[in-house]
Design a protein around this ligand. Structure first.
Ligand SMILES: Cc1cc2nc3c(=O)[nH]c(=O)nc-3n(C[C@H](O)[C@H](O)[C@H](O)COP(=O)(O)O)c2cc1C
Length: 171
């Protein structure tokens, strides 16, 4: 199978991978950046860490590539408007006009009412194709009571259904 077919098949496969929607926020000291991202995952709990995959053309990339710390803000279902704003609907600082944006002690913007705002110190990165993978060593977490994440599935926004009773996982 050639790369063009594989790319199309991969995009179809990814439509079936439900992902919670996040906003990655960062700063270079003078400017703030925020963009929607689903290529985010936990890396290890020892040490507590996660990874994010950022397109090299995206506006936060330059700041991240110079080592900026960042926050992974996991959005709630009611924050779909923020995901829309931070995925190209508007650009730059105007993305911070909506939402309860606060600033960490280290100068990184984070969403005060995210499902969870995970503040990270950048702890390495590597380039792969069109993207750079950034590793975040978790410094601090602000988590809300509710677990009602905004989910991206099959090219659209949705949220989680109630657990299937017989397969509910404890913990
Ligand atoms: C649901 C969703 C998930 C996205 N996930 C990512 C991602 O993980 N990494 C990435 O680089 N771009 C991702 N994007 C695209 C960026 O949010 C988008 O290109 C954004 O406009 C980049 O910021 P900029 O316009 O300031 O350059 C995603 C977009 C959407 C709508």
């Amino acid at each position: 199978m050639n790369d063009i077919n594989l790319k199309a098949d991969m995009l179809q496969a990814m439509r079936r991978l439900a992902k919670s929607v996040t906003i990655i926020s960062t700063s270079n000291g003078s400017e703030r950046f925020a963009m929607a991202a689903t290529a985010v995952d936990s890396l290890s709990t020892e040490p507590p860490s996660l990874l994010i995959c950022i397109n090299k053309t995206a506006s936060p990339h330059a700041a991240l590539a110079t080592g900026a710390d960042f926050c992974v803000n996991i959005l709630g279902v009611e924050q779909q408007d923020l995901a829309h704003l931070c995925s190209g609907a508007i650009k730059g600082e105007a993305r911070f006009d909506r939402g309860n944006w606060l600033t960490s002690a280290g100068g990184i913007p984070y969403l005060g009412d995210a499902q969870s705002a995970i503040l990270c110190r950048q702890d390495g990165h590597f380039s792969y194709g069109t993207h750079t993978v950034f590793i975040g060593r978790i410094l601090q977490i602000h988590t809300s009571e509710a677990i009602t994440p905004l989910v991206y599935l099959d090219g659209t926004y949705t949220t989680t259904a109630k657990p299937v009773p017989s397969f509910a996982v404890a913990g």
